[in-house]
Design a binder for this molecule. Structure first.
Ligand code: 13P
Length: 340
């Protein structure tokens, strides 16, 4: 493990108000998104879509890293350039999702445990040879009746810690993603309580396995009410509770925190990040690692038709630009009116 390399990569991923593009949807998730828009599902349509994203003009001004999927890291552009090489050429760091998904958690109905530790050292080594310099592992915590159980949080935290340790040994920066889902009718205080406990147990597990905090990126959910909650929360409340939760749990050595969007609208994801940055007095950089809140509008415009590539690219670049402004507290909702 070379901590200088790890720290340098982690800092680069959150520098200059840039964020990380999550484009690592598994085949079933990608199929669902394509099916919703009547887009033909095939290896070539996934390749073509992802080429559209990573060749968008000026994307590199706002995006520091791109998280790829197993299939995507091995794909090439139409000009026969492997995706990781193209990304490196334009100054975007290639990364890779290495978990194999959230599966039913034994003896705990309605809860999930993320799997993928089997053969992980070998897989990380292969991805590193293909150009990956960072990785992602997503744990999923669900709020519901009598859940989450402490057992679910502990099991997921242990897997995250083991994954992080394996990555660091190979100088690959682990993105540690404990996602407390927005699904449900719970209020913002319940989200705070569960996320606070989850982050606390995750950092304890990382510490127990000697994971070096200066060589990781945390990818958490923001503190928001559930998507079926009757009472809405203000952007100020969301920002303050999100920062409070991080202050309770995240060591100062962690270079950066890159939020997931988790089902928020594009505007909410940008506006909340903007306010979080306005209120932040901590050493960590606070930025975005969005999937849906960066891509969905561009995917709708692309619609599986390569004649729409340029229009779709304008949309993804514009969204990345707005989120980059939010990462430095310079976003304003009024900017949403200036369409491309
Ligand atoms: P969303 O921003 O769509 O939540 O996706 C981020 C991600 O990478 C989930 O693992």
């Amino acid at each position: 493990m070379n901590i200088k390399i790890l720290n340098k990569t982690a800092i680069a991923l959150v520098a200059n108000s840039k964020g990380i593009l999550a484009m690592d949807e598994s085949h079933p998730t990608c199929k669902k998104r394509f099916d919703d828009l009547n887009i033909n599902v095939s290896e070539e349509s996934r390749r073509s879509y992802r080429e559209m994203l990573i060749t968008a003009e000026s994307l590199f001004n706002y995006i520091s890293g791109a998280i790829l999927f197993d299939e995507t890291i091995k794909q090439k552009t139409k000009k026969n350039v492997p995706f990781p090489d193209h990304l490196n050429t334009i100054g975007i760091i290639p990364g890779i999702k290495v978990d194999s998904g959230a599966k039913p958690f034994s003896c705990h109905p309605n809860e999930k445990i993320t799997e993928g530790l089997d053969n992980l050292p070998k897989r990380v080594e292969e991805y590193k040879a293909l150009g990956a310099r960072f990785a992602k592992w997503r744990a999923v915590i669900t709020i519901g009746e009598n859940i989450p159980s402490k057992a679910c949080i502990i099991a997921n935290a242990q897997a995250l810690a083991r994954y992080a340790s394996i990555c660091q040994e190979m100088d690959i920066v682990p993105i540690v993603e404990p996602e407390v889902l927005m699904d449900g009718a719970h209020d913002i205080n319940k989200c705070f309580e569960v996320t606070n406990e989850t982050q606390s147990i995750v950092f304890e597990a990382l510490d127990k396995l000697d994971v070096n905090f200066s060589g990781i990126i945390l990818k958490p959910n923001m503190i928001t009410p559930g998507n079926k909650c009757n009472s809405k929360s203000s952007v100020e409340e969301i920002s303050k509770l999100t920062i409070k939760c991080l202050e309770n749990n995240v060591p100062k050595e962690v270079p950066g925190i890159a939020f997931l969007s988790g089902g928020q609208t594009d505007q909410d994801a940008s506006n909340n990040l903007n306010y979080i940055n306005k209120f932040n007095n901590n050493p960590w950089k606070l930025t975005f690692s969005y999937g849906r809140a960066l891509q969905l509008e561009a995917m709708k415009r692309w619609q599986g038709n390569n004649n729409n590539i340029l229009e779709a690219q304008k949309i993804i670049s514009n969204r990345a630009h707005l989120n980059s402004l939010a990462a430095s507290g310079k976003y304003d909702l009024k900017m949403e009116k200036n369409k491309y």
